[in-house]
Write a protein that binds this ligand. Structure first.
Ligand SMILES: *Cc1c(COP(=O)(O)O)cnc(C)c1O
Length: 384
């Protein structure tokens, strides 16, 4: 216990490897075991070692939840079967008649969850461009219970002022949540900036190897924890022990990966900026990005995601992504390997024709941790 507490004051890199991950008591196993069991023996009715049934709790999941809480600087963490299962659990905190203010370019699945599932539960939704604080203030009503931020956003990489928007939420008595999937707790700590909850698709950077789907919510305060843990168990969107173990293994190297992702993305962005066939590069680490100063204040570095527009429209964008080899043409992001896609034709096809549709010639890259020279050579040959 004392040792665990000491580790919670340790730095990020150390917490990633040790928080929740003391050597196992029975055998001394250094790696957290995969407790692949659905149920736990009881000595007498109700007399057990803290676990009864794996939906309610599993030691491998506890290790992951403890680690993620430490990384976000929260008092508690809860792991889910996917990012959307985590979002669904948060949405279950609401009741009919409640109102949610959501970033107008949130992850598409988050928008769909509120607009097409929870709308039937009588929960109203106001999408707002959260760079406009006056617009957020106007959108908030007496019924607003939740303000849902994302920063940087996908795929336009808009930067939202987490402290300022959290303050607006709190004045209205609403919960301030940040989907921190793109930044990760290594680059940005929403709870320290004033948010109540940080949410993750651990499928992306925290898992980091494109081999697992998972989600998590981290926060402070016993009451919120109790309500969310109740939903986690009552609705049952829990991850299995092996998936928890994969996410935990990914989390160990999060710091070194994010440093390299950020370095590589900056170098690729600077190179793209000089290319005659590229009309615009969007990366928060570039001085030309409108959110650059804010990103410098609230992020440690600028992450691995960048977007750029090519000359020649959607057809040219599609030709480019079909030609890259180091950058694999695929949806998703956040793994060690570089991925590339055309948002309007792929991840964001459902918003084509709406005011939040990305430009047709926009290409989004998840810059991996291969050698940066190989990435640049690949983009050079594909741009032709
Ligand atoms: C992928 C993603 C999600 C959804 O997570 P899943 O693990 O796919 O359910 C939520 N938010 C963001 C920002 C994402 O990139």
């Amino acid at each position: 216990m004392a040792r665990e507490r000491k580790r919670h004051n340790a730095s990020f890199e150390t917490l990633a490897i040790h928080a929740g991950q003391d050597p196992e008591g029975l055998t001394g196993a250094v790696a957290v075991p995969i407790f692949q069991t659905s149920t736990f023996a009881q000595e007498a009715v109700g007399k057990h070692k803290g676990y009864e049934y794996s939906r309610s709790g599993n030691p491998t999941r506890t290790a992951l939840e403890t680690c993620l809480a430490a990384l976000e600087g929260g008092q508690w963490g809860l792991a889910f079967a996917s990012g959307l299962a985590a979002s669904d659990a948060v949405a279950h905190l609401l009741s009919s008649g409640d109102h949610v203010v959501i970033a107008d370019d949130v992850y598409g699945g988050t928008y769909r969850l509120f607009a097409r599932v929870f709308d039937r539960a009588g929960i109203a939704l106001s999408p707002v461009d959260m760079r406009d604080h006056a617009a957020v203030r106007r959108a908030v009503t007496k019924k607003t219970r939740l303000v849902w931020m994302e920063s940087p956003t996908n795929p336009m990489l808009k930067i939202v002022d987490i402290a300022a928007i959290s303050e607006i939420a709190h004045k209205a008595g609403a919960i301030a949540l940040v989907d921190n999937t793109f930044a990760t707790p290594f680059l940005q700590r929403p709870l320290a900036l004033g948010a109540d909850l940080a949410l993750h698709s651990t499928t992306k950077y925290i898992g980091g190897h494109s081999d697992v789907v998972g989600g998590a919510v981290i926060g402070n305060g016993a009451e919120l924890r109790e309500r969310l843990a109740f939903v986690q168990n009552a609705a049952g969107g829990v991850p299995g022990p092996f998936d928890c173990w994969l996410v935990l293994r990914g989390a160990k190297t999060l710091a070194v990966r994010m440093e390299r992702h950020s370095q590589n993305a900056l170098a690729v962005a600077e190179w793209l900026q000089e290319h005659p066939k590229v009309s615009r590069v969007i990366y928060p680490g570039l001085a030309s990005h409108p959110g650059h100063d804010l990103a410098r204040r609230q992020m440690r570095e600028f992450g691995g995601m960048l977007s750029f527009e090519v000359q020649g429209g959607e057809a040219a964008a599609k030709r480019l992504v079909a030609k890259t080899k180091v950058f694999t043409l695929a949806e998703s992001l956040g793994g060690v390997e570089s991925l590339i896609e055309v948002p309007l034709a792929m991840t964001h096809a459902s918003v084509r024709g709406t005011k939040v549709a990305p430009p047709a010639a926009l290409v989004r890259a998840s810059v991996g941790i291969e050698h940066v020279d190989d990435m640049i050579a690949d983009l050079a040959q594909a741009l032709g």
